[in-house]
Design a protein around this ligand. Structure first.
Ligand code: GRG
Length: 334
């Protein structure tokens, strides 16, 4: 490894360039997202087929949060999502792809955002989800058999949003989640795995949906999450890693669900999030100066909404959708 490479490897934070944006460039972001939807012949669109339904959720959710959903082609998008449904009841990322829990949840979320959940066959979707629950309470994401706490949240959220949470064995799923709870207060992908902010969001979200947050030590978990804040104000996913704007969401939403949003320094965190915006193209990148994409854009915007940015719709911390579109499907925690 070169000397420069070695220094980069040892780097645990980023500097915010002087020229970084200092406020939310809302108008630019909706243009950026709309461009993604339009450019169907483009390289990025074509290469993203394997994650398209998730990508659709990120884009329409970003537009809903920025109050610009009317600019998206609702009918075309809903028809596309419905065409990704498979005979097993689940949804794949694109027509002809196998079903996966991630895309099944994103399909349901997209239908809710466009207020047409009635077009989904709730019973067959929940049967599909139920079929992926294992004897130890865990969930596989698809037939490949990979178990991960992400899939517990996807299962709980999908069935809750369809009003059929009782289709799942909640007690055994919660027992499994508690086996993934580490002594440092975090959660990992499976029992014994390293704590990671993304997995903590999934486990806390699932426990909140199940009404079982009292089963964990909220302060211990919140402290682990608060230690993710770097000097730049940005948050990392685990110790010794670089900050990334998407963790602004995974960490902040977890703290919000735990009722501990004040464990983070808001001012420096907002500075970091603003600095991740591309002031030419619109969109957010993982870190200042990197290339913007819809994934980091939606989670950057959602984090700012949690901080109460009044130009944005209010976001729900469990489902990462506007409170407005969720209506009665929300879970009030406090
Ligand atoms: C939004 C309701 C809702 C559900 C989504 C799939 C899911 C549920 C959540 C994913 C949570 C998660 C695991 C986020 C982390 C994503 C990410 C950037 C992982 C990168 O991992 P590494 O190891 O990065 O490459 P670090 O930052 O640890 O070096």
């Amino acid at each position: 490894m070169s000397f420069a490479g070695l220094l980069d490897f040892a780097r645990k934070d980023v500097d915010l360039p002087q020229s970084s944006p200092k406020k939310l460039l809302k108008g630019l972001h909706s243009n950026f997202i709309q461009q993604y939807e339009k450019d169907k012949g483009g390289y990025h669109y074509i290469m993203a087929e394997h994650l398209r339904v998730s990508g659709i959720y990120w884009c329409v959710n970003a537009m809903d949060l920025t109050k610009e959903l009317h600019r998206m082609s609702a009918v075309e998008i809903v028809d596309y999502v419905l065409s990704c449904r498979n005979k097993d009841g689940g949804y794949g990322p694109a027509p002809g792809h196998d079903s996966h829990l991630l895309h099944t949840l994103c399909a349901v979320q997209t239908l809710i955002i466009f207020d047409c959940l009635q077009k989904a066959d709730a019973e067959s979707i929940c049967e599909y989800v139920k079929g992926l629950q294992q004897d130890d309470g865990s969930f596989c994401g698809d037939l490949s058999g990979e178990v991960d706490t992400r899939f517990t949240l996807c299962s709980f959220a999908t069935c809750h949003l369809l009003g059929r949470l009782s289709a799942l064995n909640i007690d055994s799923a919660v027992r499994f989640l508690k086996r993934c709870y580490n002594t440092d207060g975090g959660f990992g992908t499976r029992p014994g795995s390293e704590s990671h902010s993304g997995q903590i969001y999934c486990c806390i979200g699932a426990l909140a949906i199940a009404g079982r947050l009292d089963d964990i030590d909220r302060d211990r978990t919140a402290e682990w999450l608060a230690f993710r804040q770097c000097d730049s104000g940005g948050l990392n996913g685990r110790p010794e890693k670089l900050p990334d704007v998407c963790y602004s969401w995974w960490v902040l939403a977890s703290l919000s669900i735990l009722g501990r949003l004040d464990f983070i320094d808001q001012t420096s965190m907002k500075k970091f999030i603003y600095a991740c915006q591309d002031y030419e193209t619109g969109g957010f990148a993982d870190r200042p100066g990197d290339c913007a994409d819809p994934f980091h854009t939606v989670f950057g915007i959602a984090a700012l909404s949690l901080f109460g940015d009044e130009t944005l719709e209010e976001v729900d911390p469990i489902f990462c959708m506007t409170k407005k579109c969720l209506g009665d499907l929300r879970i009030e925690m406090f």
